[in-house]
Write a protein that binds this ligand. Structure first.
Ligand SMILES: [Cu+2]
Length: 822
């Protein structure tokens, strides 16, 4: 009895992705992944659901534990499951299969209804409505052709496939198939993409390298050619190496000068171009390996097998980013520090040597989830001892999310002196764009060192220090000179820009004269695209935007206005914090453009709807834990004052020599009060928080605070500008609320947040105004302390790093901790 063609097949296969949460995939026999769920969740939830795979084969999930008990044996590996299912085809009386997760055993189902189960089996049964008995295999109607191309590329480049048929774009590099960097390593730079073609199609094709600026390089002649096989095969693979132009002595040949003529397709096919999903300028929602913008990145991410490595040296140097020279703590001599650039799922490895003369350091990867990897979060006194001068350590983490962020020192307010830089993780996006322009970090800038200003902020009964200037991508003009950073736009093209506020105290509204911006991500969270003409950027926040060059070609001001009139930062150079966006051919012009109008604000951008739909379980009134924050100005016995920002009456101060993970490591639970530690012992629980600003002592210092959480995104259920009452819990948004990792606490108001305990570790939540973090506005959540040693292992260099720090700090350090330490 054969059902070869219509036999509906499924299997539960261990996921190919690296998530530590076991996943199951319901896989069609053509390898189409039809359903991905947490282990055990396909049954019973999907019971009775009927699927049709890309070969039009139907099958139905049946969760009845029915089986005739005939174990046909182990399939060995999950990739053999289709073979196991085929065995059912050949087995008389077999009406379906059970597959037992974990042991890879396949059971034939004879009579539905007889329960053999001593375990939970999931099974698929042939859909009788479509099952037909046939003899030998029938010819495939579509063949999935996978093109593998070996070619070394630069970051930001992509590789397209184009060719002689409509499915391959009829020689148009823009319409061709976009390939993914698949298993990309320097020794094996494999680009890959799949397109479905009718059997017998005769194809000529070439690969095209697309540079970050949109220019294209064609592969040299001759064309490749290929005939899609006929018969039963439903997929095939082609492997090519990039054809290099032969060198002509005495002249160089421009790759981009090769122009292809349109060649009439030799296929009579009218099939759709592709049913695969690969990332490209017109398919930014796609990624690779079955993952795309719809993927639940809390649980799924690629395992690329690739590690992106950096080696940094932090030194004392002098730089003049706006023309004014000042001491800077620079990474590899640069400000901003080197960009971290990787693909979704890559491992990132950064080896840091602290060559600073008199300062410890610790690098935090802002917004990075550090899933089961708390020890790499880089918070001194919490997840590590600071890295002493002369010491080297390597941070290692996986990019489980994609988008834009930054890294910075978390050693007191040190990042204000230069220890920071951008992070960009390539992945799918919620809208298409042509050109990647990369990060555009924006920060306030001070001519004295940040420690000088921190001391003023901490001991002066006055307004916080006023910034001298602000920098856009590390530069701006000032009375001392400097220059405007210039971004080049290509007329008619869509450009992705990654905006981020890497500041110390100033909050900005950014805008580009004459142009709107399409927002596609807030922090590391893709959002449903929407257009704005200005954006509020709180400290630590990021927005990925797409700017279409649709205005008359010229030069336009990009403005970052400090929101002093709204009460969140002051800057001597406000009004002149600008860079230039210039169309090609206009990059030397000084803009004369007019600013966008907007209402000054210190409040978050609204309308941020996560693309990946989330539903937060509704907390009942009373389940919110209130964290009140207020300023305390304490008069010391010598008459000096110390300013604290407290949470529930306590300003955080960590002990650099005794980080929280050292307590965990030694099972010491005697946490000091000013560790501001909140125990969350149980995993998998939703937790609900209201942060409330209340009057200070002796003054009511009412300012907004950008609240940042480590190790998680939080969900912003609501904000208010008065005092939280229980009734406010009834007016919160639990249905796909804004999700991000920095949100503004309104002046004198409240911020209602939720997050789920799904990441054991010690995670900071703090105000990202550096002065306020210095002065104690922070708590740390100690999540699932009992599993930290196993699930989130303490790094092997943890103790040696502490020993080195102890001997440094117990010697004669130039500076002692004078603040919270974070
Ligand atoms: Cu604050």
């Amino acid at each position: 009895m054969h059902f070869s063609r219509f036999f509906s097949i499924s299997a539960l296969a261990a996921t190919a992705f690296s998530s530590a949460i076991p996943k199951e995939e319901l896989v069609g026999r053509d390898s189409t992944v039809l359903e991905t769920r947490d282990a055990g969740a396909i049954c019973p939830n999907q019971n009775g659901k009927t699927y049709t795979d890309s070969g039009s084969v139907q099958y139905t999930v049946a969760c009845a534990q029915s089986n005739n008990g005939a174990v046909v044996g182990s399939t060995g590996t999950t990739t053999n499951l289709p073979a196991c299912m085929l065995a059912c085809d050949a087995k008389s009386g077999c009406k379906g299969v059970n597959f037992r997760t974990g042991v890879n055993q396949c059971y034939f189902i004879g009579t539905v209804g007889s329960n053999v189960g001593n375990s939970t089996y999931n099974c698929a049964i042939k859909n009788s409505a479509t099952a037909t008995s046939t003899g030998a295999c029938q010819s495939a109607t579509a063949v999935a052709v996978t093109f593998n191309e070996l070619v070394a590329t630069n970051f930001g480049d992509s590789v397209n496939l184009t060719g002689s048929i409509s499915q391959l774009g009829n020689w148009s590099p823009g319409l061709g198939l976009a390939l993914n960097a698949n298993q990309y390593t320097s020794s094996n730079p494999l680009w890959s993409g799949t397109v479905t073609l009718p059997p017998g199609t005769n194809v000529q094709y070439k690969y095209v390298q697309v540079a970050a600026d949109g220019t294209v390089n064609w592969e040299a002649d001759p064309n490749h050619s290929f005939v899609v096989p006929t018969g039963c095969a439903t997929k095939t693979t082609i492997s090519d190496k990039w054809q290099v132009l032969s060198t002509v002595t005495g002249s160089s040949t421009s790759l981009s000068s090769v122009v292809k003529n349109t060649i009439t397709a030799t296929s009579t096919s009218s099939a759709k171009p592709t049913s695969t999903c690969t990332n490209g300028p017109t398919s930014r929602n796609c990624w690779s390996g079955g993952l795309d913008i719809s993927t639940d990145f809390d649980n799924n991410w690629p395992t690329t097998g690739r590690t992106v490595s950096y080696t940094w040296s932090i030194t004392n140097t002098t730089l003049s980013p706006d023309g004014y020279s000042r001491p800077v703590f620079a990474i590899n001599g640069q400000y901003p520090g080197p960009r971290i650039e990787a693909n979704w799922g890559d491992m990132i490895s950064v080896t840091v040597t602290n060559n600073l003369a008199d300062n410890g350091t610790a690098i935090h990867w802002h917004g990075i989830r550090q899933y089961h990897n708390n020890g790499q979060d880089g918070v001194p006194g919490v997840t590590e001892c600071p890295l002493a001068p002369g010491q080297t350590k390597t941070y290692t983490w996986r990019a489980t999310q994609y988008g834009s962020s930054w890294y910075h020192s978390h050693f007191s307010c040190q990042y204000g002196d230069g220890v920071l830089g951008p992070i960009m993780i390539h992945g799918p996006a919620t809208a298409n764009y042509d050109i990647e322009l990369g990060p555009l970090p924006i920060t306030d800038w001070y001519y004295q060192t940040v420690n000088y200003h921190a001391a003023l902020a901490e001991h002066q009964n006055a307004l916080p220090p006023e910034a001298d200037n602000a920098l856009i991508n590390g530069t701006n003009t000032s009375p001392s000179g400097g220059k405007h950073y210039v971004t080049t736009l290509t007329a008619g093209k869509k450009h992705r820009v990654r905006l981020m506020n890497t500041g110390v105290d100033n909050h900005f509204v950014v805008s580009l004269d004459g142009h709107s911006m399409q927002v596609i991500a807030s922090d590391f969270v893709p959002v449903k695209p929407f257009a704005v003409t200005s954006l509020f950027l709180g400290i630590g926040q990021r927005y990925d935007v797409i700017i279409t060059a649709d205005q008359s070609p010229g030069a336009y001001w990009f403005r970052a206005d400090v929101q002093d009139s709204a009460g969140c930062g002051t800057n001597f150079n406000n009004g002149n914090i600008r860079s230039i966006f210039a169309y090609t051919g206009h990059t030397t012009e000084t803009p004369i453009s007019t600013a966008q109008s907007y209402t000054p604000t210190c409040g978050d951008q609204t309308g941020l709807v996560p693309y990946w739909n989330s539903f937060v379980p509704q907390g009942q009134t009373g389940t919110f834990t209130e964290l009140t924050t207020a300023q305390l100005q304490q008069t010391e016995t010598d008459g000096s004052i110390t300013v604290y920002w407290q949470i529930n009456g306590s300003a955080m101060s960590v002990d650099w020599q005794q980080p929280t993970l050292e307590y965990v490591r030694t099972s010491n639970t005697n946490y000091p009060k000013d560790a501001n530690l909140i125990q969350l012992p149980t995993e998998g629980r939703w937790t609900y928080w209201v942060i409330q600003e209340v009057a200070g002592n002796p003054y009511n210092v009412a300012v907004p605070h950008p609240i940042h959480l480590h190790g998680h995104d939080f969900y912003v259920l609501g904000t208010g500008t008065t005092t939280w009452t229980a009734a406010d819990a009834n007016n919160l948004n639990y249905d796909n609320p804004t999700r991000r990792d920095v949100a503004m606490l309104p002046t004198n108001g409240w911020l209602a947040l939720a997050f789920v305990t799904d990441n054991p570790g010690a995670w900071l939540m703090h105000c990202h105004i550096a002065w306020h973090a210095d002065e104690g506005l922070a708590v740390q959540f100690l999540e699932s302390a009992s599993t930290i040693g196993t699930i989130a292992q303490i790094p092997s260099d943890f103790q040696s790093q502490c020993s080195a720090w102890d001997s440094y700090y117990n010697g004669h350090p130039a500076y002692l901790q004078h603040d919270s330490g974070i």
